[in-house]
Each structure stands twice: as structure tokens, then as C-alpha cells.
Ligand binder design. Structure first.
Ligand SMILES: *Cc1c(COP(=O)(O)O)cnc(C)c1O
Length: 387
């Protein structure tokens, strides 16, 4: 197909025309179960009625006001975010990368130090600072030299972090579950160790919850699975259920670091996106909802372990809540295409991991159907072909 777009994506042969809940419909009227949620974005399912209603209502009053003026809906969304977070105040932007840029700038200005420790296989976004934070050669290739701000160390390796710390270390930045890197959860001891190191050396802890935040793992934020309270948390993907919005949530000690004029954005905190975010947060943080996410996540993992865990092509199933990885022994791209052809949309994470991020509203029936299709697909692959 002739396209006027830059070829920055290798696109699947699928043109979406309609969506509803977990279902995506293509141009031929074929229906798919969406277990990617638009890469962890439409966490309440496509076009959730509460979110749609909130957006439509907001469209009737105002669409954009400059951040030079008060914006009451931003205040309300910020309150909802801090109620569930150990942070105390919020800066709104438009994406995950921008949230991480804000986090990096805040940490450097607050400490007057320049170095930030980040991790191999991490992913923090595609803008210059966020790309530099990302510990993956393939993301940085061709764009060098990178900022010399970041020291990359192996994930879950406390000694390596210890050795990388010096008097110029401003912060440690990490995902609680590495998403793009392969759905790799941080170990409990590693995180307790980091907390100690940060305290001892007066280093800020930045947690990138762009993918794991807003209920994805069955807790408000993935760091809630661990006994920590980060200094800065970045969020984006699931916050607007499809509308572009990102944010950092930071501790009160950092309140005065960004004074007026030091960091800003034209679109950040856009009222339409805020209306969506407000509806999302009210829904996700209502009593009992995350309990259900946790139960559905357990069910999904149980079913996967039972039905596909022992297949020769599969080496490991792991994750938290509704963020689950199926690690395989070979490249998974053809399996992902086959799953699509059978009517199930899933993601990869690295080359060998099939990543599932179904909507938090997914039903047990939909989980059963998805696991059935995954079984039917992966059973066709014997171990020796791909070892
Ligand atoms: C997707 C993602 C980002 C980048 O978010 P964008 O909105 O694409 O800029 C950053 N960090 C993590 C952990 C992500 O998953």
C-alpha cells in the first residue's frame, strides 16, 4: 500500500474500524480479542462508557486552556493520583517519555548532581533523555552520542548498583516490572536493597510506572507490591484509557525544585484528557476493582501454566496481575501473527516473550478463549526447531 507515513513501524495486516470493550473489529468485519489493550493503554477496555461520557461532557465546556490559567479539572485528577500514591504533587504532560524527561530534569535540579543509574533491557521512551535512560543498544543505535548522564547496570543485581554509585549519583531509575525488556519483575530483595542504598547515599528513587501503573498489576502502582515509597513516579499509558496523558507524581521535598518557568508544556493536562483520566482513576480506584484485577491475573497465570506452561516451545510464564509474559525458546513473531489470524491480539516483549496486557475489565470467558488460542498455536512448535 502506498503510504505518506514514515516507515517507523512494521505494521500488521490489520486495519481497525471499530472497538468495544475487549473487542477490536477490522475493515472486513472480523473480530479480535484485544489482549494488548493498545500496548497497555485502553485498560478499561475500548471506549469504556464512563470515560466516553466524561469526554463528551467535557467537550461541551472547554477543550484547551493555557497552563497560564487555573484548570480545576487538573487539580481534581492530581488529587486522585496522590491519594493512591506516596507522592504529594503532580506535573501533567502528554506521554510516558515526557513524564520521564520531567523526572530526569527534576532529579538533576533537586540534587545538583548529574548521574542517574538505569538498567539493562529497560525502556523509558524515545525522546533524547528517555532514550538515553533506556538500557538497550537497539533503541539508541544511530543516534549517538548519548547523554553521559546514565550508568547502565544489570537488573536485579544489587552489587552492580552499589558499585556504580559515586558522589555524583543523583538518582536510580527503574521499572518494577521491565515491560518492553521481557516482562521481568524486580526481586523483592533487590528493591529493599535499593531502598537502603538510596537512603544511605541520599539518592532519589525514580520509578517508571508508565506501563505498570494505574492498576495494571492488581495494585494502584506496581511499587505497592514492594515496601517502598519512591521519590518520583512516572505514569502515562493507562491513565487516559486512550487519550494522551502522562504525569509525574513527586514527594513534597521536591515541591520547590521546579519554580515557575523552569519546566512546562503547552498541551500537558489538556482538559479532555483530564476528563478521561478522572473517569479512569475513579473507576480503577473504586473499592473492590483492583481485587478483581488481582484475581483475574491469578486466573490468567494459572490457566497459562496449566495449559501452555508444559509445551516444548514455552520456557516460563511470569508476571503480576494482568501483565503477563510467556517466555519461549525462540523468536515469537510468527506465533504472534498466527494468533492475530486466529482472532487474538497480543504483544511481544523482546524477541522471545509473548506479552499479554488484556484490559483490566477482561472476563473469565475471554481469558479462557485467549488461553485456548494460545495453546492451539504454541502446541504446533516443537522445541528442536527453535533451540
Ligand atoms: C511505553 C513506555 C514508555 C514510553 O511511553 P510513551 O508514551 O510511548 O512515550 C516509557 N516507559 C515505559 C516503562 C513504557 O512502557
Amino acid at each position: 500500500m502506498e503510504s505518506a507515513l514514515l516507515p517507523t513501524y512494521k505494521r500488521f495486516d490489520l486495519s481497525v474500524t471499530n472497538t468495544n470493550g475487549t473487542i477490536v473489529e477490522d475493515i472486513n468485519g472480523k473480530k479480535y480479542l484485544d489482549f494488548g489493550s493498545g500496548i497497555g493503554v485502553c485498560n478499561l477496555g475500548h471506549r469504556h462508557p464512563d470515560v466516553q461520557q466524561a469526554i463528551e461532557t467535557q467537550l461541551q465546556s472547554y477543550w484547551h486552556v493555557s497552563n497560564l490559567y487555573h484548570n480545576p479539572i487538573q487539580e481534581e485528577v492530581a488529587k486522585l493520583l496522590v491519594q493512591q500514591n506516596s507522592g504529594d504533587f503532580v506535573f501533567f504532560c502528554n506521554s510516558g517519555a515526557e513524564a520521564n524527561e520531567a523526572a530526569i530534569k527534576l532529579a538533576r535540579k533537586a540534587t545538583g548532581k548529574t548521574k542517574i543509574i538505569s538498567f539493562n533491557q529497560s525502556f523509558h521512551g524515545r525522546t533524547f533523555g528517555a532514550m538515553a535512560a533506556t538500557g538497550q543498544e537497539k533503541i539508541q543505535r544511530g543516534f549517538g552520542p548519548m547523554l553521559d548522564t546514565f550508568d547502565y547496570v544489570p537488573y536485579n543485581d544489587l552489587d552492580a548498583v552499589h558499585q556504580a554509585i559515586d558522589e555524583n549519583t543523583a538518582a536510580i531509575m527503574l521499572e518494577m516490572i521491565q515491560g518492553e525488556g521481557g516482562v521481568i519483575p524486580a526481586k523483592q530483595q533487590f528493591i529493599s536493597g535499593l531502598r537502603q542504598l538510596c537512603k544511605q547515599h541520599n539518592i532519589l528513587l525514580i520509578v517508571d510506572e508508565v506501563q505498570t501503573g494505574i492498576g495494571r498489576t492488581g495494585k494502584p502502582f506496581a511499587y505497592n507490591h514492594y515496601d517502598i515509597s519512591p521519590d518520583i513516579v512516572s505514569v502515562a499509558k493507562g491513565l487516559g484509557n486512550g487519550l494522551p496523558v502522562g504525569a509525574i507524581i513527586a514527594k513534597h521535598e521536591l515541591y520547590n525544585v521546579f519554580g515557575p518557568g523552569s519546566h512546562a508544556t503547552t498541551f500537558g493536562g489538556n482538559p479532555i484528557c483530564m476528563a478521561a483520566a478522572q473517569a479512569v482513576l475513579q473507576h480503577v480506584f473504586q473499592s473492590g476493582f483492583l481485587q478483581q484485577v488481582e484475581e483475574k491475573g491469578d486466573y490468567l497465570q494459572e490457566q497459562l501454566i496449566k495449559k501452555v506452561g508444559n509445551l516444548p516451545f514455552v520456557s516460563k510464564i511470569r508476571g503480576k496481575g494482568l501483565m503477563v509474559g510467556i517466555e519461549c525458546i525462540g523468536d515469537v513473531s510468527s506465533q504472534i501473527t498466527q494468533l492475530m489470524q486466529k482472532g487474538l491480539l497480543v504483544l511481544s516483549a523482546g524477541q522471545r516473550v509473548i506479552r499479554l496486557l488484556p484490559p483490566l475489565t477482561v472476563t473469565e470467558k475471554e481469558i479462557d478463549a485467549a488461553v485456548g488460542l494460545i495453546h492451539e498455536t504454541l502446541i504446533a512448535y516443537p522445541a528442536f526447531l527453535h533451540s
